[in-house]
Design a protein around this ligand. Sequence first.
Ligand SMILES: [Zn+2]
Length: 268
Amino acid sequence: MLLEKNLEKNTVSDVHMANGSVRFQSVHLNVYSFVTDGIVIDAGAVSLKKLFLDFWQEQPVDALYCTHIHEDHTGCADWFHQQLNVPVYLNETSIKEALKDGRYPLYRKLFWGTRKAFQPSPLPERFQSRHSDWVSLFTPGHSADHTAFLNQTTGQLFSGDLYVQTKTKVIMESESIPEIIDSLEHLLTYNFTEVFCSHAGYLPNGRQHLHDKLDYLRQIDTDVWHFHQQGLTVNEIQQRLFPRKYPIITLSNGQWDSQHIITSILKK
Ligand SMILES: [Zn+2]
């Protein structure tokens, strides 16, 4: 398979970051893993395991915290448990799923490989690392188990996949825009400025990015209801708001689509 793989490392504000990426034809996907103060946030993907292992082995690791069960965040979780013998944490709702090897569509296996079964413990609401106090913030919408982690000592937020980009144009069928709006509102009640996003990386003024995304999604929500009340169908609304056909839509056979943004809003 002609997959191009790469990993870039960087350290900012005492957070060690590794950005793994996979390219196949015109589709380029990436995912970060972060290590700070002895804890790892997110466990990369199986397809990038060799590259990520070099990074994790350079760091002291006391525990792994996963923001959600998607295979680009839990791909190497079994390694932390089996090889490093450190605790692995995941939102309680996904633990049953984690105990089995990952099952998901072919295009996702192509990019990320197949996640092996692992044995996580339920995420604590609060926890400590060597020098910091942390809080787990349940923030569903991207996935039903999504949890962000706030280092309350440093004011750094690890936002998992809640942000990714400001102007979201395509989402997965399982995502919910109204829930993402609620989760962004909830996060913004906490104190933080720097944000570490699992796909966009380090955002020095991440708080502003989250505000901008919230404004954008609220506007989309208003527009969708406006067109709906005018009698436009989902397809017609899509033509107005998201006319571009992105490569991931074809590659994922519609699992990713702008249409899901509209249907998730109208479901509420
Ligand atoms: Zn995800």
